[in-house]
Design a binder for this molecule. Sequence first.
Ligand SMILES: [Zn+2]
Length: 356
Amino acid sequence: MSEAPALLPWLAAPLAQGLGLRAHALLLHGPAGVGQFELGLALATGWLCEIHDKAARPCGHCASCRLMAAHMHPDFHLLLPDALREPLGWGTVEEGDDDAKGGKSKAKPSKEIRVETVRAAIEWGQRTTSRGRAKVILIHPAHAMNAVSANALLKTLEEPAGRLRLILTANDPEALLPTVRSRCQRLRLDLPPRAQAIAWLAAQGVARPEVLLAAAGGQPLEAQAMAAGGIGSDDWERVPIAVQRGHSAALADWPLVRLIDALQKLCHDLMCLRAEAAPRYFSAAVLAPLVRQDTPSWSALAQWARELTQAVRHDEHPWHAGLRSEALVVQGARLWHTPRMQALAARGPLDTLDAR
Ligand SMILES: [Zn+2]
């Protein structure tokens, strides 16, 4: 049986804190790429551990910890949208997966936690424990439950049967039904200290981790996902100049979702510079060539932000992804092709707007 995965270093303190809480329903919340799911699993492992009772972390070696590591614990039930099963390494098909039964249907895996899976989990929770310690249901993320699913859970959240405990995760607790929120004790997960996150990313083999950590808004798991998806620090730093030059080919192999995210962050940072504030996702040095003549106007930036928001809404639309990304980059390049910017460029040294 596999060993338990190493705990992310910044989760040790919240794990100890969570294991010290007596609540039977816990809401883990905070930025998405920090490890709510990993913390939820570690908490469940700790509650079910047969050696370290009330300790700061599970023992990692007892039968229960090993069953958790092998994803086979009979007293643990995971509610996950089908779309997250594979990315999180919890199998491609599990209970309630219609695609598996249909075989040929190539429908996209659902991003929702369906009411029938919630009802099945509740029913499972009412049975006696298999190993006698506790039963744990982890719901990740809780906002994947629609109102019907969430309502089905209310009674269980209020009065879980026997030794049942529930863990819910959320980026934004305010996005959950107030009735769900109010029945849970909260445990907040903050961004880890920058140095700790950078050291961890470096240990994962991420080159120049500080660049990707900033790109991910300080969320190390998000930075790791970018690197794993083929977007390195150098790729990230090439974005601003590629957009300014309308050089869409340089960004052609970016997944559309990542590209839109990068453009939104670039837009955000240009707004920061316009407001004479420090940029957040790109370094000031990387942005410098874009604002050497002048920073794009507020109105142009605001319009670009609106267009990008629009693009997010349609990012699952089956348009040709290549055409979409090209159009998005060209849209961005327009910021520097206003008559005012052109006039400035004509007057000043032509070091940034030169054609290559
Ligand atoms: Zn154990």
